[in-house]
Design a protein around this ligand. Structure first.
Ligand SMILES: Nc1ncnc2c1ncn2[C@@H]1O[C@H](COP(=O)(O)OP(=O)(O)OP(=O)(O)O)[C@@H](O)[C@H]1O
Length: 781
């Protein structure tokens, strides 16, 4: 062709094109969805331009047409080879745009896409959508693709010229030339696909219609027409002259008046063509919900989520009025999965609300703030009746409509969750698992809705592995006013149930919620009250069973124990000063000797771990203040270990007991007390760990444990390990000889050489000294 220019594809594009072809080999039919979506975009762009320049519509309103043209000699109805023409009357492309958009520019996301694909993460129709590679999918069904395009005439470009782009699926170059047919399109783009025998199924109009119904009826608001062919058998009157053969209409008219019965040999096949609108139904959101089937809702979900396989976990279809006079219709879906980067990427989920005005798509970018983050995964389509068509995001943001709409959508979302939880409890289990964390965050961020959200949460507890807070309240014991919970991020419910804080409550038959999500503890603190019960962290001060007053005997016993254990309490307070600010006798424990609790307003061990995980928290004075808040040591007077401790404390000789033998006795006192002190510190550190805190100085802790073990085995505390370390030879000089580096050295070991190898033991360094020099951690030992 005259004026043909040949361009080289960018290397990324070549790689990309073959990747798309190979990875989507078994999903060839996505080509139609992608091309129709491009056509829709082109029509949308035209509509936007027409808002300021009506003249661009001079060639008529927008639509898309699809036509199958069988190759010569092929059957008209069931061709095996042929062409598919897809035309839109959209914004079209100039010569430069054809070159740039389809050929040379690797758009943003290309690298990321290639990386993912090359890492073997797979490519599916979804990724294609995300990375803007739709056009290349036409090579899935066609070895060569021809795109002719003509932009609308505008004042700046009054005489546009129709150009054609041609490319094969494998070549590394493409051609662009002025279309030799001239400006046949009027405006828009025509794509011609060559379909071979292997892809013959796509030449069936019925197949194309079913693909459009499946993928594109909802995503394309412009009319899509497909050319249908019918062959009708028409009787030919024997007297018919050859000239009349060509006019079937004339036939029909004749037939109506002709009463003679035609002879068998005069039947003739006549081809009838008509354009059929494929997406002629009103969009699903405009229809009466009673008339929309579940299948239609699911198909619409797959279209909006660009996920061919996904099934929504629930949906809601409603009409509304924002109060500022704008009425709208909407469909909201709970998706079947959360994008992997949902929590790590702030922008994940911001394009999930599609705003239409009178069936025309306006935007899916209402800004980060539009949907609260904890609901931003919902897929929502809103069609407003009365907004001006040329609203933009900027004008919308100043519009009361948006803030009112946002409130309505939040309310509707909570209603939707509640409805699924009541009507489809099994499905709701999945929702609770997928979106539980988001809902907990919602409870903290949205105080107005907190009771409603609290009812949507599900927990594991000592009674059940799936309970609601309402069930918790129903199962409360007489007099119980607190809702007990224990939190430990990442721990299993089974482990949490074994916590010393839980043991007594569980043994007595009280239910304790076992919380292990990061948002659980702050959420419980934010909830504070639920249906008349207050939330109580069982690892904090303030736990009440509610029946303390009933058991007089237990109360008296506790009072008596407080007196009996006073010497131990006083001794512990003195000994652990700085680490704890109080020691109390408790009846909340069963088998554990002691626990460490924090004040009701202090951070629990779990909270400390969460806060420590925040970057920069270590430099935050508030963090350090909260972390180092004094704790309370609670001792279990029924524990034999605590009883034993009390005895040892009572046994400690008082310094003024034996005046006669002052020296020896003072020594004995200090030795015994020191030993007791070591034991108590091990007990304290172990309790810290059992209570979920970390030990301040693990090295010292392990040394103490070792000392304790030595005592129990009767091994001297001062005995040193008989290990000697041979120092390394002096620093090597020069480069490493090559063969030494590469060749594996084969060491032949002869036990008789042992002495030579180790050298003179008297020259070996002392292990304890080396350990000191190196600062080796105890656990490494
Ligand atoms: N029918 C068309 N009319 C006008 N421009 C088109 C048409 N088809 C494609 N284009 C242009 O070519 C570009 C590349 O299309 P391609 O389908 O590869 O990516 P995309 O449309 O940006 O993303 P995706 O289709 O995957 O959502 C488009 O951005 C658009 O500018």
């Amino acid at each position: 062709n005259e004026g043909t220019e040949t361009f080289k594809y960018e290397s990324d594009i070549t790689r990309l094109r073959s990747l798309v072809i190979h990875s989507l080999y078994s999903h060839k039919d996505v080509f139609l969805r992608e091309l129709l979506s491009n056509a829709n975009d082109a029509l949308e762009k035209l509509r936007l331009v027409s808002l300021t320049d009506r003249s661009v519509l001079s060639a008529g309103e927008g639509n898309v047409t699809i036509e199958v043209i069988p190759n010569p000699d092929e059957s008209l109805l069931e061709p095996k080879t042929g062409k598919i023409l897809i035309r839109d009357t959209g914004i079209g492309m100039s010569k430069d745009e054809l070159t740039r958009n389809l050929g040379t520019i690797a758009r943003s996301g290309t690298n990321e896409f290639l990386k993912k694909a090359e890492e073997g993460q797979g490519v599916d129709g979804n990724l294609i959508g995300q990375f803007g590679l739709g056009f290349y999918s036409c090579f899935l069904v066609s070895p060569t693709v021809k795109v002719s395009s003509l932009p609308p005439a505008t004042s700046s470009n009054p005489d546009p010229i129709q150009h054609t782009f041609v490319s094969s699926s494998t070549g590394d170059s493409f051609e662009v030339y002025p279309d030799p047919r001239g400006n046949t399109l009027g405006r828009g783009t025509e794509i011609v696909l060559e379909i071979g025998e292997e892809e013959a199924e796509f030449l069936s109009v019925d197949k194309l219609k079913s693909l459009i119904e499946k993928h594109s009826t909802f995503s394309t608001t412009f009319p899509i027409y497909i050319k249908e062919r019918k062959i009708t058998k028409v009787p030919t009157p024997p007297s018919q002259s050859p000239a009349e053969d060509g006019d079937p209409d004339q036939f029909a008219d004749d037939l109506e008046t002709d009463e003679t019965t035609p002879k068998e040999d005069s039947i003739k096949e006549v081809e009838e063509e008509s354009w059929i609108r494929v997406n002629d139904k009103a969009p699903i959101w405009m229809r009466d919900p009673k008339e929309v089937s579940d299948e239609e809702y699911k198909a619409f979900y797959q279209a909006v989520s660009k996920d061919d396989q996904g099934e929504p976990l629930g949906w809601s279809h409603f009409k509304g009025d924002t109060g500022s006079g704008v009425s709208f219709r909407a469909i909201m879906y709970i998706p079947s999965s959360l994008p992997k980067d949902f929590w790590s990427k702030m922008t994940s989920g911001i394009n999930n609300v599609r705003l239409m005005v009178k069936r025309v798509f306006i935007t899916d970018d209402l800004g980060e703030e539009f949907m609260p983050r904890w609901l931003s995964y919902l897929k929502v389509t809103v069609d407003a009746d009365d907004l001006p068509l040329n609203v933009s995001r900027e004008t919308l943001q100043n519009n009361r409509f948006l803030s009112q709409l946002q409130r309505i959508l939040v309310r509707k979302a909570l209603d939707l969750f509640t409805k699924v939880s009541n009507d489809q409890p099994e499905t709701y289990k999945e929702i609770a698992k997928l979106y539980g964390n988001a809902l907990r965050i919602g409870l903290m961020e949205s105080p107005k809705d907190k009771l409603k959200i609290a009812k949507l949460l599900r927990f594991e507890s000592t009674r059940s592995n799936y309970t609601t807070l309402e069930e918790y309240v129903e199962n409360r014991k007489e007099g119980q006013k607190q809702m007990y919970y224990i939190a430990g991020v990442g721990e299993t419910a089974k482990d949490l149930a074994k916590s010393p804080f839980v043991e007594k409550l569980h043994a007595r038959g009280y239910e304790v919620l076992l919380l292990n999500l990061p948002s659980d503890e702050p959420m419980m603190a934010a909830l504070d009250q639920f249906m008349g019960m207050t939330t109580q962290d069982v690892s904090k001060k303030g736990l009440k069973f509610g029946d303390e007053d009933e058991d007089e005997a237990e109360k008296k016993e506790l009072e008596a124990q407080k007196i009996a254990f006073r010497p131990l309490i006083e001794w512990l307070k003195k000994d652990l000063a700085g680490q704890i600010n109080d020691v109390t006798v408790t009846n909340r424990l069963v088998t554990s000797p002691c626990t460490i609790i924090v004040d009701s307003w202090g951070w629990s061990a779990n909270m400390q771990r969460i806060m420590s995980a925040q970057t920069d928290s270590q430099d935050d004075p508030m963090f350090n203040m909260m972390k180092n808040l004094p704790k309370v040591l609670e001792i279990n007077p029924k524990s034999p270990l605590i009883e034993g401790l009390l005895e040892r404390v009572l046994d400690l000789p008082q310094p003024d007991d034996n005046d006669e033998d002052e020296d020896g006795d003072a020594k004995r006192t200090s030795e015994e007390e020191e030993e007791l002190r070591e034991t108590v510190r091990v007990l304290f550190d172990t309790s810290l760990v059992r209570s979920g805190f970390s030990v301040a100085d693990p090295t010292t802790y392990f040394e103490r444990v070792e000392a304790l073990l030595r005592r129990s085995l009767g091994v001297s505390l001062s005995a040193k390990p008989k290990i000697h370390i041979r120092p390394a030879p002096p620093t090597a000089a020069g480069p490493i000889p090559e063969d030494e580096e590469e060749e594996e050295q084969k060491i032949e070991f002869d036990p008789n050489d042992m002495q030579d190898m180790l050298g003179d033991p008297s020259q070996w360094a002392d292990w304890q000294d080396i350990k000191k020099q190196m600062g080796v951690e105890h656990d490494e030992l």
